[in-house]
Design a protein around this ligand. Structure first.
Ligand SMILES: Nc1nc2c(ncn2[C@@H]2O[C@H](COP(=O)(O)OP(=O)(O)O)[C@@H](O)[C@H]2O)c(=O)[nH]1
Ligand SMILES: [Mg+2]
Length: 350
């Protein structure tokens, strides 16, 4: 029943040279080809794996954990409501879609199950209380760093369990959206400090909050100043240059890097404009359409997070950020159990 002419199934392990030495199998093979219809034996069907992967992914669904950070009043909660309500999820949010995110007083997660064309996604937003609201904001990045590390630690402990779960629940922060106040000047020392430290442990996507308060010229200049500040302080935000995998990645990501930070406007109210229902902000002089790219860059942010780069954001989280944490922690354990170092701050306590 071996499909290859000139071979019997018992000799399938024989070496290639024994086949070429004898002349007989060649003519047998030719005769066999004459009788049977021609089949392309070089086609194995490896591409069927794509369908298997698709079905597996559909069954498991997707998870994305997004954290928002910035001073209170910058529109963090509103923007996350916008994200849930925007096109990706509109009419498809399961459960209570009217549930609003209340004023934040502690680090808090809210999950929404989103379904689109049979694909399930669990979008979790981790809302942080006003960052930098105090008079003295020294070390105010620390609780956020601790929270991120605590999620890595949870994952690590699950991995180290002898009886590992088949799928480890993933509460790691895949992406941190940092809200820059729309001053129109440049980054404040606080912004630099936060992004400089946190960009080493998590993917940072900075946005200009409440961009409707800036004129177009102010917006462009502000964006340019922020990019310069990021460069001079060597802050590596997402998508990081060093993780571009090929020239295609580089081309796509370079375009994004030229546009960052996205100037966003948020709203959780729907209005009727020219017969269409839109998410927008109504003002005396017109309605700002949040999802309209001629009005603001919210749609670019949404597409980056959910449409085009979701898998990459998760890959970088697990293969770079989490991996660094893991290596550091396991090294700590080794040196400690060897009695080399006395106890000082370990990374999960930071
Ligand atoms: N002009 C403007 N106001 C906004 C925007 N987003 C939110 N707001 C308003 O700013 C206030 C604070 O928003 P909120 O989402 O609670 O901010 P948070 O403290 O950062 O969570 C609310 O009155 C919002 O309606 C925006 O993009 N532009
Ligand atoms: Mg809030």
């Amino acid at each position: 029943s071996c499909p290859f002419p000139g071979f019997s199934s018992s000799s399938s392990s024989s070496s290639r040279s024994s086949m070429t030495e004898s002349a007989a199998p060649a003519s047998v093979a030719a005769a066999a080809y004459d009788e049977k219809p021609v089949v392309d034996f070089s086609y194995v069907g490896i591409d069927a794996i794509l369908e298997q992967m698709r079905r597996k992914a559909m069954k498991q669904g997707f998870e994305l954990n997004i954290m928002v950070v910035g001073q209170s009043g910058l529109g963090k909660s509103t923007l996350m409501n916008t994200l849930f309500k925007s096109k990706v999820s509109r009419k498809s949010v399961l459960g209570t879609s009217e549930e609003r995110i209340p004023k934040t007083i502690e680090i808090k997660s809210i999950s929404h199950d989103v379904e689109e064309k049979g694909v399930r996604m669990k979008l979790t937003v981790i809302d942080t209380p006003g960052f930098g609201d105090q008079i003295n904001n020294e070390n105010c990045w620390r609780p956020i760093m601790q929270f991120i590390n605590a999620q890595y630690e949870r994952y690590l402990q699950e991995e180290l369990n002898i009886n590992r779960k088949k799928r480890i629940p993933d509460s790691r922060i895949h992406c941190c959206i940092y809200f820059i106040p729309p001053t129109g000047h440049s980054l404040r020392p606080l912004d630099v400090e936060f992004m400089r430290r946190l960009s080493k442990v998590v993917n940072i996507v900075p946005v200009i909050a409440k961009a409707d308060t800036l004129t177009l010229e102010e917006r462009d200049l502000f964006k340019k100043n922020i990019r310069d500040d990021l460069r001079t302080n060597s802050i590596d935000i997402y998508p990081q240059k060093e993780f571009d995998e090929d020239s295609e990645d580089r081309m796509i990501n370079e375009k994004i890097r030229e546009m960052i930070p996205f100037a966003v406007v948020g709203s959780d109210l729907e209005y009727q404009v020219n017969g269409r229902r839109i998410l927008g902000r109504k003002t005396k002089w017109g309605t700002i359409e949040v999802e309209n790219i001629t009005h603001c860059e919210f749609a670019y942010l949404r597409d980056l997070l959910i449409r085009t780069h979701m898998q990459n954001i998760k890959d970088i989280t697990s293969s770079i950020h989490y991996e660094m944490y893991r290596v550091r922690r396991l090294n700590e354990n080794n040196t400690q159990s060897n009695g080399v170092t006395e106890h000082h701050f370990t990374s999960h306590e930071l």
